[in-house]
Design a protein around this ligand. Structure first.
Ligand SMILES: Cc1cc2nc3c(=O)[nH]c(=O)nc-3n(C[C@H](O)[C@H](O)[C@H](O)COP(=O)(O)O)c2cc1C
Length: 196
C-alpha cells in the first residue's frame, strides 16, 4: 500500500524552502510513500484545487518561516482557506506534523509550531512530533549536532539572516529535517491510508 504525504510550505526568501526540500527528501527515502510539495502561496482561497489535492493525502507536513513570532501571513492564508474543510472535518484522522525556520536561534519558533498543532487539532488530525533527542546541550555539543535547536513538537531550524537558502540553514538542520521527514513518512505507513 502506498501512502500519500504532502509538504505544505511557504518561504519568503528560500530558507524554509530548503528545509521543506530536506523534509521531502527524507520522506521519499521511505518505500511506498508518495511525496508532493505544495507552495502555500499558490493556495488562493477556499476553491483552490490544491486543497482538493490535500483531501486525497494521508499525511500533511506544515512548514512556515517564523515571522513576527508566528506563522507567516501567507501560510495563515492557507490555514484560513482550509476552513471549509474544517466545517466538514474532511481532514479528520489524517496525520499532521510541522516545521519552522527563523533567523534567531530561539526566535519564538515554539509559537509557530503551537499554531500548527492547534490548526491540526481543529481539523481532527493526529500530530506527529520530531522524535529526536535535543542536540548541542552539553559541553561536547556543537552546531553540527542534529536537533541543535532542541525542539520536540516539530522540527526547528535556524538560518543566518545574511546568508541565502543555498547555505542556510546549515547541514545539521537539513539532516534533522530529513530524519523528521522520514519519521513522518514511517508514521504515515503505520497509521495507514484514510481513504474509504
Ligand atoms: C516579516 C519578518 C518577520 C520576522 N520575524 C522573525 C521572528 O519573529 N523571529 C526570528 O527569529 N526571525 C524573524 N524573521 C527572520 C526570518 O525568520 C528568517 O530570515 C527566515 O530564515 C526566513 O525564512 P524564509 O527565507 O523561508 O522566508 C523575520 C523575517 C521577516 C521578513
Amino acid at each position: 500500500m502506498t501512502v500519500k504525504l504532502a509538504v505544505i510550505c511557504h518561504s519568503g526568501y528560500g530558507h524554509t524552502q530548503a528545509v521543506a526540500d530536506s523534509v521531502a527528501d527524507g520522506a521519499k527515502s521511505v518505500s511506498d510513500v508518495e511525496v508532493s510539495i505544495i507552495n502555500a502561496a499558490d493556495i488562493s482561497g477556499p476553491e483552490s484545487p490544491l486543497l482538493a489535492e490535500l483531501d486525497g493525502v494521508d499525511a500533511m507536513i506544515f512548514g512556515s518561516p517564523t515571522y513576527m513570532g508566528s506563522a507567516s501571513a501567507v501560510f495563515k492564508g492557507f490555514m484560513e482557506a482550509s476552513s471549509g474543510r474544517w466545517m466538514e472535518q474532511k481532514w479528520a484522522d489524517k496525520l499532521a506534523a510541522g516545521f519552522t525556520n527563523s533567523g534567531s536561534m530561539n526566535g519564538d519558533k515554539q509559537n509557530t509550531l503551537i499554531e500548527f498543532v492547534t490548526f491540526a487539532m481543529q481539523h481532527g488530525m493526529a500530530w506527529v512530533g520530531l522524535g529526536q533527542m535535543p542536540g548541542n546541550n552539553h559541553s561536547g555539543g556543537s552546531n553540527a549536532d542534529l536537533n541543535r535547536c532542541g525542539a520536540s513538537i516539530g522540527c526547528m531550524t535556524q538560518a543566518n539572516v545574511d546568508e541565502g537558502g543555498d547555505v542556510a540553514p546549515p547541514p545539521s538542520d537539513r539532516e534533522t529535517a530529513m530524519a523528521f521527514g522520514a519519521r513522518v513518512a514511517t508514521a504515515a505507513k503505520r497509521w495507514g491510508t484514510t481513504d474509504a
